[in-house]
Design a protein around this ligand. Structure first.
Ligand code: PLP
Length: 462
């Protein structure tokens, strides 16, 4: 690059430094913000990859400001990374745009995001939430009810009458997840948001949108006040970082949330902000492929007599409700086998499907939630909430769908959930009430040993 004379360099620095963005931030020369509400709006898949840039070197990727401090006097945009960092700001503006929010905030994990949100609560406040929640959410709420005097009502939020029966003028927060996990039940966000605001105008309706991501659902457009997500999942997509994001439209609410982030120091690090920004750009291609694969896997299992929970299937009892809110079914499904031992054998027999907690990654994962992601909910509570111990959760990745189905088929065969007959193979398992149903020939059909599983190749995680 040709060198500029120093007088020109100085005047260039002055002009770039003087730039005030749409939100009034006097930003340093780079990176430029991605402005949430300016100019033309493109389709979401385009907006995901499109970020405005006026970096002094026209860098295609936002620079990582790996700096704790910024020199200068009072009143400058950045002084200390706990309070703000240009790379994080860039990510937050991009998030605000794709989440249809006025402001987004990025923190160190999904649970960090919920921690920031629940610090809006005071002793005596009442929270209404679901009975099929992510285990970590359940654990944090339990901590708050035990130690901070917060009253938590766990109810079936898929039942409007159950919600109505606990809503009152004392309700401070309604915390929803849809689809629920692992029972994959659908929650009517719009109706509950209206009911909550009618009963208690200052109530905050908060939605955990981790399962669907902004590609498939915008809870703020459905009446929610706060949406948060674990960025560890679909937003980043590769299980290589932990992050949490929060999005709101109300400026006073955003200030309170920002205050806690600055006070507690849980803002996302510059490097992870950069990594998350990179992941977000491929959200559409990943999620579209993952849901196509999920549908193929769900149909395979359903056609073999298993009770499958997936909102892409017409058999899902809340199919219409889900599709009235969301732009797709997502890529997490669960099914029951009727036997914990059988489920364990299936999970252990999978080769391609990795035994792992979490979801949203490009590779496919298999787990038993009651043993892993939801193990922090005690057994009695799990039973009370209808969380069957034998549930298998599948989080579908971007692999070749035939390979995924084939691996699942061999796992079912090896586990003894299906058996080979002289005419081909047939399923015989607790999941289909012991009835025989036809299944396709397995690619590695010779692995079947009269329905017995052949050892555990993987250690189990808890
Ligand atoms: N919400 C849901 C639905 C989750 O599944 C998870 C994690 O699995 C979280 C929140 C917490 O996110 P993190 O693990 O990034 O703290």
């Amino acid at each position: 690059m040709a060198e500029l004379p120093s007088s020109k360099l100085q005047s260039k620095a002055k002009t770039t430094l003087r730039g005030v963005d749409l939100d009034g931030h006097d930003l340093p020369p780079s990176p430029a913000p991605s402005s949430p509400h300016s100019g033309r709006r493109y389709a979401l898949a385009t907006e995901l990859v499109y970020t405005e840039g006026s970096d002094q070197y026209n860098s295609s990727s936002v620079p990582i400001y790996q700096s704790a401090t910024f020199r200068g006097g009072p009143g400058q945009e950045y002084d200390y990374t706990r309070s703000g960092n240009p790379t994080r700001t860039h990510l937050e503006r991009h998030l605000a745009k794709i989440m249809n929010a006025q402001r987004a905030l990025a923190v160190s994990s999904g649970m960090g995001a919920l921690d920031v949100i629940t610090r809006l609560l005071r002793p005596g406040d009442e929270v209404i939430t679901g009975d099929d929640l992510y285990g970590g959410t359940n654990r944090l709420l339990k901590f708050l009810s035990t130690n901070s005097g917060i009253i938590v009502h766990h109810i079936d939020t898929t039942s409007l009458s159950a919600v109505a029966s606990v809503l009152s003028s004392k309700t401070t927060m309604v915390l929803l997840e849809t689809p629920t996990n692992p029972l994959i039940k659908i929650v009517d966000i719009s109706t509950i948001a209206t009911m909550a605001h009618d009963a208690s105008p200052s109530a905050i309706v908060c939605v955990d949108n981790t399962m669907l991501s902004p590609l498939l659902l915008n809870p703020l457009d459905l009446g929610a006040d706060i949406v948060f997500e674990s960025g560890t999942k679909y937003l980043s997509g590769h299980h290589d970082l932990m992050a949490g994001v929060i999005a709101v439209n109300d400026p006073s609410l955003s200030e309170k949330l920002y205050f806690t982030i600055n006070a507690s120091g849980c803002g996302l690090s510059p490097f992870d902000s950069w990594l998350l920004l990179r992941g977000i750009k491929t959200l559409a291609v990943r999620m579209e492929k993952q849901q196509r694969n999920a549908m193929i896997v769900a149909q395979f299992l359903e056609s073999h007599g298993f009770e499958v929970r997936y909102p892409g299937l017409k058999s899902h009892p809340q199919y219409d409700l889900h599709h009235s809110m969301a732009r797709g079914a997502g890529a997490v499904l669960s099914f029951s086998t009727g036997s914990v031992a059988l489920s364990e054998r299936i999970v252990e027999s999978a080769r391609l499907w990795a035994i792992s907690v979490s979801f949203g990654c490009v590779n496919s994962l298999i787990s038993m939630p009651c043993r892993m992601s939801h193990a922090s909910i005690d057994e009695a509570t799990r039973k009370e909430r209808g969380l069957q111990e034998d549930i298998i959760r599948l989080c579908v990745g971007i692999e070749d769908p035939e390979d995924l189905v084939d691996d699942l088929r061999q796992a079912l065969v090896r586990a003894g959930a299906v058996r080979v007959t002289v005419d081909g193979t047939a399923a015989l398992g607790a999941g289909n009430g012991g009835e025989s149903v036809d299944v396709q020939e397995t690619r590695g059909g010779d692995e079947l040993v009269n329905g017995e599983s052949e050892g555990n190749e993987k250690g189990s995680e808890s």
